[in-house]
Every structure is written in structure tokens, then in C-alpha cells.
Design a protein around this ligand. Sequence first.
Ligand code: S3P
Length: 187
Amino acid sequence: MDVSSPFSLPRTVALVGLMGAGKSAIGKRLAARLDLPFVDADDEIEHAAGCTIEEFFEKYGEADFRAGERRVIARLLDEPPRVLSTGGGAYMDAETRALMRAKALTVWLRADLDVLYDRVRRRTHRPLLRQGDPKEILGRLMTQRYPIYAEADIVVDSTAQPVDRTTEQVVDALRAHLQSRPSGAPQ
Ligand code: S3P
């Protein structure tokens, strides 16, 4: 196989990871690289709800947000293969996770605390990070979530290196994964 050539994806690639892991930035580049549509689950939730995620959390709370997120991701996973960026908590929901495991190829963008904090600290739109010290919250979420994110099919480190380079590492990891599992389904 020509290592630089794109390849066809048997299922949607779903990017998971904490806020600031680079899911949207890498997702957009990955989609362009694989010549596939890109969709951001958070944008779709905002579109369906007619308000921002921030407003949604304020009006209805996190439990209702997770229910909406579950419905939106279920719908997106029934559509043809694409690159899907999911919000940081999506894979933590048992039902959403089971659906993603069944229908998508999941890629965890793993990042360390300094990288995450550096990427989120200037942006204030994330409700969970406004509930206290953002770095401390990210650290706590890492402890809670990393063992679960680790169940993803593929793990790629998202570091401070240029996003294009990390995107190429995701492409390489997908290619290697699909060579041993052409259907993309977990073994
Ligand atoms: C959340 C992450 C956010 C968004 C919401 C909740 C989380 O998405 O879905 O604020 O629980 O980690 P990003 O990871 O894209 O910032």
C-alpha cells in the first residue's frame, strides 16, 4: 500500500478526549486528508437545541445535555462514514460509548495537563471549566476519564507539536489499525 495515499474508511472515525485535546482542529484536518465530511457533535447539539452549549447547561443542566448528546450522536452514527468530533464527556456516557464502539472507529487524542490547559485557558465558553480552577478541574477529569478513554480503538498523543503532524499520526494509526481489522470493528 502506498503509505501516503488516503484509504477508504468502513465506518465513521469518532475522536474522543478531553477539552483542549484538539478534537475539532485535528478532526477538520483529518477529514480533509481522508476526503470525508467533518461533523462536530457539539455544533450539531447547538443546532438541534437552538442555543449554545453554555445556554443549554444554564437552562437545563448537564443531565439533559447528556441525553441530547446521546440522541445527536446516535443519529450521526447512522449516517455514512465521516470524521466526527465528540464533546469531552460523550464517551463517558455508557450508552453513547457502547454506540460508538459498535458503529465507529474511536480515536482517543491523549494529551497531558499542560497541553490541555494551555489550549483552553484563554477560552471561557466551556461550562464545566467555569465551576472552579480550570487546571484543577482538568486534572480531576483526567483522573476520572482517562481510564475510560483508554477503551478507544486507537490512542494517539496530542502534544504541543503542530496540529498537522498529529493529524498525520492519526492517519498512520488508522491505516495500521485497518490493515489488521479491515472492517474497523473491535476484535
Ligand atoms: C464537555 C466538553 C465540551 C462540551 C461540554 C461538555 C465535557 O466539548 O461538550 O462543554 O464534558 O468534557 P469539548 O470537549 O469539545 O470542549
